[in-house]
Design a binder for this molecule. Sequence first.
Ligand code: SF4
Ligand code: SF4
Ligand code: SF4
Length: 249
Amino acid sequence: MARPKVAFFDFSCCEGCQLQIANFGEPLLDILKLIEVVEFREVMSEKYAGTLDVAIIEGSINTTHAIERIKGIRDRSKVLIAMGSCATIGGVNGIKNAFPLNDIAEYVYGGDSEYFESIQTMSVHQVVKVDYFVHGCPIYPPEFVAVLKAVLMAVPYDVPDYPVCVECKLNGNVCMYDRGVTCLGPVTRAGCNAWCIGNGNICYGCRGMVSNPNEKGSIDVIRRYGLSMEHIINKLEMYNKCRELNPHG
Ligand code: SF4
Ligand code: SF4
Ligand code: SF4
């Protein structure tokens, strides 16, 4: 039986999510028994212009050319997956939307800014229909596999809508707040198995916010540990400056 044709495409991003997949190691060999990768710029030079069973999109959309390109990919793809924070919630690219476009262009390109077309950052679902979301910066490999399985079985994948703290507590981690460090786990959407905390870091909110953050509980935590709201908001804005980019609200 023919394997589903799958292609990876990158837009505005650092390509770190594709790198996660290229670095999968042995599980990648098992995945390749189930799918036929026909385009993946980071690991192969072949291009594919035909109909795709699955298009996997990395990066956010922030030029008119990118809008046309993503629409063309959508038109020839049966299933489309948005992969990584840049694609799913705008990610760090979303920060741009909080400033006048001209100011940003001048800051980056100086006197040459007129030669670089730029529009406000959009996450992929704001331009075309997205069937599956794999959040994270970068993506958490086990979740990518879970989503791919759901795609191949033609069943939905429900992105968790509870905070990272749930996974963190289940893993028995000592809370970062008890170590005197601020962590965004209480308001961030789970699904990464509290990846960063498990590796001694804080949660930076890269998967976007839960749709119904416990504001009262968060304010209690902020007060209990003597933190300022400004400090928390500054941290949150790295990935969540523009909530309208988040497909889950
Ligand atoms: S989500 Fe993060 S790792 Fe993935 S492409 Fe964007 S910036 Fe890079
Ligand atoms: S605040 Fe951070 S460290 Fe503390 S439980 Fe939540 S995710 Fe874990
Ligand atoms: S712990 Fe937070 S920052 Fe780290 S991967 Fe999970 S959601 Fe992203």
